[in-house]
Design a protein around this ligand. Structure first.
Ligand SMILES: [Zn+2]
Length: 77
């Protein structure tokens, strides 16, 4: 992808922290490569990145592949 779907701005590769929700569970992805529009800031994920997220999430919750865990404070409002 070379152009933003929304504003036709230029896209630049960036690595982000992404919380992926899977049912009641959440997986934290660090250093996930995305493309961000330099004009409007919208973030786009390539199909291969979405596949990677899906595969890694299933590795953890279905195939029980060992992984790092993080305890984080929770505030319910
Ligand atoms: Zn844009």
């Amino acid at each position: 992808m070379k152009q933003c779907y929304i504003c036709k701005g230029k896209l630049a590769k960036e690595k982000i922290r992404h919380f992926h929700q899977w049912g009641e569970n959440v997986v934290l992805f660090e250093n996930l490569e995305v493309e961000r529009c330099t004009q409007c800031g919208e973030v786009f994920l390539e199909p291969k990145t979405l596949e990677l997220i899906d595969a890694k999430t299933k590795d953890i919750f279905i195939r029980k592949v060992p992984h790092a865990n993080l305890n984080i404070p929770v505030v319910v409002i």
